[in-house]
Write a protein that binds this ligand. Structure first.
Ligand code: HSE
Length: 418
């Protein structure tokens, strides 16, 4: 696209994000971008925009030669994929906020971009207002990214904050997240971790060149967290957060998962409350960096879509540098995790699956243990999500040098110190 070309936008969807973008664009005339048509599903709904702006015919946008950018902010991932595919094939640039669609169709979307040479941007699809994709893509264009830990779902973070700090019930907190426009139309996508793992799938690509799919990554949401877990967290001076993380492993590859985790109060992630998201990056020489901003909601999400539209004016494309210009990394599931498990009945816990168990508290009504387990063992089973069992990662959960740890433990045991 030539420099400073006028952008004529065809937009799909006029929900929380779509309407936000419409308003934001009205307030930024300097961008030289205007919405020509908006395609919607339900024409009967009352909308705060002129009726002639809307259509229900997708081809009116996709076949309009004057429209050079398709912005897609709908929540039907199948329809979203068709829209983006057609837009790119019809030589239009595309902007999307559909994390589920991108995560589930990553290989095909990568191929389409190569084939058509068109830009496909989706900064708003992960961490909303935080420019995390472009940072991973451009700034960390090297092999020095040691690890990333992030809160990538605003709704679950909002719910945890409201439950643990304001004593709301889960139901009340979720309802509020829905009313404020943070939650997905199907909120189980947020609550059970699907949204977070979708975002993590696409971020792993920009961080490490990993091409994977959400079903290959170990994940859970916050639905299994018990009130008693919060009591334990408070007693330890910690908080519980839903954390997506990835770490380059000594033995090669990247360990990655999305699970609830105890976070120490001095961690930057402990500072992330309500619908905010945060991302802690550890890299070779810079040490630790922290990105923070609103991770859900109309204007914060629209601001990222706006930034993508603005980037199209100078022909910006993701180059997928880690994938195409470096040796891409692979996921490595051969890691051990330090976990805390709370449960009602010992019979629900497969004790033999653990490498070792450090602590047992089996007396109280709500029982718990701390132990070490291989990631694959969790991936292959569901006991840790069932029968009221709750699994939460310890603050520094990855154990790589397991043999060394076992030897050390043995010698401490022999010396009678544990
Ligand atoms: N439901 C999502 C969240 C919206 O709560 O993070 C932003 O992607």
């Amino acid at each position: 696209m030539s420099k400073h070309k006028e952008l004529v936008i065809g937009m799909f969807g006029f929900g929380v994000v779509g309407e936000g973008l419409y308003r934001v664009l009205q307030q930024t005339p300097s961008l030289k971008a205007s919405i020509k048509k908006v395609c919607i599903k339900h024409p009967g709904k009352k909308r705060n925009a002129p009726a002639e702006l809307f259509t229900t015919d997708k081809d009116e946008l996709l076949n309009d030669k004057e429209i050079n950018v398709i912005v897609e902010v709908i929540d039907d991932s199948k329809a979203a994929f068709e829209i983006v595919k057609t837009a790119l094939k019809n030589k239009k640039e595309a902007v999307s906020s559909s994390k589920k669609m991108i995560a589930e169709n990553l290989p095909e979307l990568l191929e389409l971009q190569l084939k058509t040479g068109r830009s496909f941007l989706y900064e708003s699809s992960a961490c909303a207002s935080i420019p995390v994709i472009r940072n991973l893509e451009e700034y960390y264009d090297n092999d020095l990214l040691h690890s990333i830990r992030a809160i990538v779902n605003g709704s679950t973070n909002f719910i945890l904050t409201k439950i643990f700090e304001e004593n709301l019930s889960f139901k009340e907190a979720l309802l509020l997240a829905q009313q404020l426009g943070f939650a997905e139309s199907d909120p189980t996508l947020d609550v059970e971790g699907f949204d977070a793992v979708n975002k993590w799938t696409l971020l792993l690509n920009h961080a490490y060149g990993i091409v994977t799919s959400p079903d290959k990554i170990l994940f859970n949401g916050i639905q299994t967290i018990n009130k008693s877990d919060a009591v334990v967290a408070r007693a330890r001076g910690q908080q519980i957060k839903l954390v997506a993380q990835a770490k380059k492993l000594i033995g090669g590859g990247v360990g990655a998962f999305v699970l609830p985790q105890f976070v120490t109060n001095d961690s930057p992630l402990a500072f992330v409350k309500n619908e905010y998201n945060g991302c802690v990056i550890e890299s070779g020489f810079a040490d630790q960096q922290f990105f923070y901003g609103k991770g859900a909601g109309s204007f914060p999400t629209a601001s990222a879509v706006l930034s993508d539209i603005s980037a199209l004016r100078y022909g910006y494309k993701y180059e997928y540098k880690k994938l195409y210009h470096h040796e891409p990394h692979k996921l490595n599931d051969d890691i051990y995790l330090k976990v805390f498990v709370s449960f009602n009945d010992l019979a629900d816990i497969p004790k033999d699956d653990f490498e070792w168990i450090e602590q047992w508290h089996a007396q109280e009504d709500r029982k718990y243990l701390s132990g070490v387990i291989h990631l694959e063992k969790l991936k292959k089973s569901n006991w840790w999500k069932e029968n009221g069992t709750s699994l939460i990662l310890e603050p520094d959960p990855i154990i790589e040098n397991i043999e060394e740890r076992k030897l050390k433990k043995k010698s401490l045991e022999l010396a009678g110190l544990v």
